[in-house]
Each structure stands twice: as C-alpha cells, then as structure tokens.
Design a binder for this molecule. Structure first.
Ligand code: HEC
Ligand code: HEC
Ligand code: HEC
Length: 343
C-alpha cells in the first residue's frame, strides 16, 4: 500500500473513532440529563443561578408553586410557558415565560424540574419523565391558537373581557378544581345573567358543539385554565368526552333554575299552594317513556307555559334529563332526538 494512502486512512480511522467516542459520550449525557446544567444553560439567564429571579422574573427559590406537592401546574407552566400577571410571595410579576415543550425532552424537563424543586432552600420530591409525558397533552399545544381564533374577539387576548364579555382571567368558574361546569359552558354555550367577581354579565356565549372537536375543547379549556393569572390543571380529551352526560345535566340544571324553579320550586317540590305541581317523585316525570313529559314541556298545559320556540330541542332534552335525574327521580336521560320526535 502507498504510504501516503495508509497515512490518510489512519488519520481518517482515528477521526472516525474519536467521532464515535464523542457520540457515545453524548448518548451517555442524554441518558442521564443533568438538571443543574440544564438550569444553568436554559433558565438561569432569567431566574438567576441563585433561583432568586429579579425584575420581571419571579423567584423559583422559596416559591410554593414550585414546591407544591401536586406538580401538575408546575409541569404545565414549564411545558407550555405562561404570560401575564402572576403573584409570587405577595409580589406581582408580569412577563413571558417561554414554552419548553419543543426544546426539552421529557427526561430533560423532569431533570430540570427535579432540580428547581430541590435546589437552594427548596426541598420537594422529584418529578419523573413519565409525569412530564402524561402532561404533554398534544391537544394542549393548539389551545392558544384556538383561543386567538375563536374566543379572543369577545374575551380579549389577555382574557380580561370587556364590560359586555366576562373575564376568563382571574375567574373562579374557569379555574374551578372540577372543570365540568366550564366544559359544559364551552360545549353548549350559555346566556345571561352571569355573575363573575361581583359584576353581572348578560350576554350570550356561543355554542361550540359541532364546531370544535373534544380535543379542541380540551385544548382551549386547558389554555384558559392555565393562561394569564389562572393556575388550574389541564383538561384532557377524555374528560371532555366523559363530561357528555354530565354536561347535559349541568346545562339542564341551569335552565331549570332560570326557567322552571320559580313555579316548580328550586328542589322540584312544587309551589303556589298546590297550583304548581311537584316534579320530584312525579309519575309523568319518572315514566319509562319520556314522550308525555316532553309533550307538556313543549306545548304547555293550562298555566304551564309552552317552551317550544323558547328553548331549543337540545335545551329541552337537557332540562328534561335534569328533572328526570334530580331529587330522587329515576327517569332515564332524554336525547335531542327524543325531543325532535315529539311533534
Ligand atoms: C426569558 C426568560 C425566562 C426563561 C429563560 C425562563 N423563564 Fe421561567 N419564567 C419567566 C417569567 C417572566 C415568568 C413569569 C411569567 C408570568 O408573569 O406569568 C416565569 C415563570 C416561571 C415559573 C412559574 C413560577 C410560579 O410561581 O408559578 C416556573 C416554574 C419557571 N418559570 C421555571 C422555569 C424553568 C424551569 C426554566 C428553564 C427551563 C425557565 N423558567 C426559563 C421567564 C423565564
Ligand atoms: C361572541 C362572543 C363570545 C365568543 C366568541 C366566546 N365567548 Fe365565552 N362568553 C361570552 C359571553 C357573553 C359570556 C357570558 C354569558 C352569560 O352572560 O351567561 C361568556 C362566557 C364564557 C364562559 C363562562 C364564564 C363563567 O364565569 O362561567 C367561559 C368559560 C367562556 N365564555 C369561554 C369561551 C371560550 C373558551 C371561547 C372560545 C372557544 C369563547 N368563550 C368564545 C361571549 C363569547
Ligand atoms: C309559570 C309557572 C310554570 C313554569 C315557569 C313552568 N311550569 Fe311546568 N307546570 C306548571 C303548572 C301549573 C303545571 C300543571 C299544569 C296542569 O295543571 O295541567 C306544570 C306541569 C309541568 C309538568 C307536568 C307534570 C305532570 O305530572 O303532569 C312538567 C314535566 C313540567 N311542568 C316541567 C316544567 C319545566 C321543565 C319547566 C321549565 C322549562 C316548567 N315546567 C316551567 C307551571 C309552570
């Protein structure tokens, strides 16, 4: 063999070998991500190496949001970012925290979260990669876009609402620990009077049923529950799907309280000295076949108003389902199709 060629080959081989070794070293690092190093390279520019923050950047050291036993919100914050006012230890910060979901793997995020929960004076349990993976709800990625496209014209990009549209930011209904009622509102819409933080709104929230998929509703609900000053946990597609029957009965309960309770009593006990019949325990209400009851609601009878034209078939199904399952009643659910079939 030509000696020059042998030299070139040898150099090439050494280069390839060192490249392979280098790769292996990198693989080894990736297998055990170092939370402290990740924090130094990705987070310390804003939150400082001391974790004390400064300016618009909140402290992570001594921050109970960071050390909370339930890590759901912490994980979502770092995955999806957040912006708008946030209160930490009695001080208000207002800046933009970037989303890390596309830049850091589940393992990296678990490592950096474990680090911030145990560094400085913090002393909370580790976060695992499977926990991060579970929170990486792929549908949550488009929540902000759906909000911008479908909701922001009324509720405003910052979620603060207007004099006519209620705020979603800082709204206890939106951040409630059980998201069922809020899911019901987004699915079915709702109208007037609605009291939020002492202000009464009297508008009409559109129905999104048929316009947004369960996944989209989960995404936008997750977004509004975690954006701005809200800090509630995410909503999964399964929760939206599972909310089906409950959605109907939540809507039914609200229709009953606004349209029916004045006569039939808040607990279906009847009223008016016997003029308005009790619906609790009523035989027509509990009948296996709901047609008779639907007929009375649609067409009215004597003093009982006719609701056809005032309530949609979906609303009548919802209120009938509610009445048939409330206060010990045991009638089955009523569907929109059942209502449409009663002429
Ligand atoms: C460009 C600056 C910046 C970088 C980089 C940054 N953050 Fe933030 N972070 C912020 C700001 C600003 C807020 C407050 C956001 C708000 O006002 O809503 C915040 C908020 C947070 C919160 C929420 C605190 C609370 O009380 O709920 C956590 C947790 C957090 N950051 C962790 C991290 C981690 C971990 C990293 C690195 C992977 C990181 N941040 C990188 C700017 C940054
Ligand atoms: C056309 C204007 C409009 C649009 C668009 C709109 N909303 Fe609403 N929304 C309202 C009004 C008005 C109310 C209050 C209804 C009432 O008075 O009962 C409301 C109420 C709500 C509530 C209930 C708040 C509470 O305190 O119970 C939620 C949650 C909500 N909207 C979320 C959304 C989401 C998510 C979207 C986008 C998918 C959206 N809204 C799009 C007008 C709108
Ligand atoms: C203005 C008072 C009033 C309101 C409001 C009202 N009802 Fe009635 N409802 C009555 C009266 C009175 C009767 C009994 C009619 C009769 O004597 O035949 C009745 C009867 C009924 C019955 C039949 C009970 C039976 O066994 O025959 C049902 C079901 C019913 N109402 C449901 C509703 C629902 C659901 C709503 C709301 C969407 C509603 N009502 C709103 C006054 C009212």
């Amino acid at each position: 063999m030509n000696s020059r060629l042998a030299f070139v080959l040898a150099v090439g081989l050494a280069g390839a070998l060192s490249y392979v070794l280098h790769l292996r070293a990198e693989v080894a690092v990736a297998a055990a991500p170092d939370g402290k190093m990740l924090f130094a390279s990705k987070c310390a520019a804003c939150h400082q190496a001391t974790g004390l923050g400064g300016g618009p950047y909140p402290p992570l050291a001594g921050n109970t949001d960071v050390t909370a036993p339930d890590t759901a919100n912490l994980i979502l914050t770092v995955l999806n970012g957040r912006s708008g006012p946030i209160q930490v230890n009695g001080k208000t910060f207002s800046g933009a925290m970037p989303a890390w979901k596309d830049q850091l793997s589940d393992g990296d995020l678990a490592a950096v979260l474990t680090y911030i929960r145990s560094a400085w004076t913090n002393n909370a349990a580790a976060v695992t990669a499977p926990q991060v993976a579970a929170a990486r709800n792929p549908t949550a990625l488009s929540g902000a876009q759906i909000f911008t496209a479908k909701c922001a014209t009324c509720h405003q990009p910052n979620g603060a609402g207007t004099t006519v549209y209620p705020p979603l930011s800082g709204n206890p209904d939106v951040a409630a620990s059980d998201p069922k009622g809020m899911i019901a509102t987004i699915v079915n819409g709702r109208s007037g009077p609605l009291v939020v933080n002492g202000t009464t709104y009297n508008g009409k929230m559109p129905t999104w049923k048929g316009q947004l998929s369960n996944a989209d509703i989960a995404a936008v609900a997750t977004y509004v529950r975690s954006a701005w000053s809200n800090k509630a946990s995410g909503v999964s597609e399964q929760q939206v799907a599972a909310a089906g029957a409950a959605v109907l009965s939540t809507v039914g309960a609200s229709i009953f309280s606004t349209k029916c309770a004045s006569c039939h009593g808040a607990k279906g006990q009847g009223g008016g000295g016997g003029m308005f019949p009790a619906l609790a325990g009523d035989s027509l209400v509990n009948a296996g076949d709901p047609k008779g009851m639907i007929g009375v609601i649609e067409h009215g009878r004597k003093v009982m108003p006719s609701w056809k034209g005032q309530l949609s078939a979906g609303d009548i199904a919802a209120v009938a389902t509610f009445v048939r399952s409330a206060w010990g009643n045991k009638g089955g659910p009523v569907t929109e199709q059942d209502v449409a079939a009663v002429k």
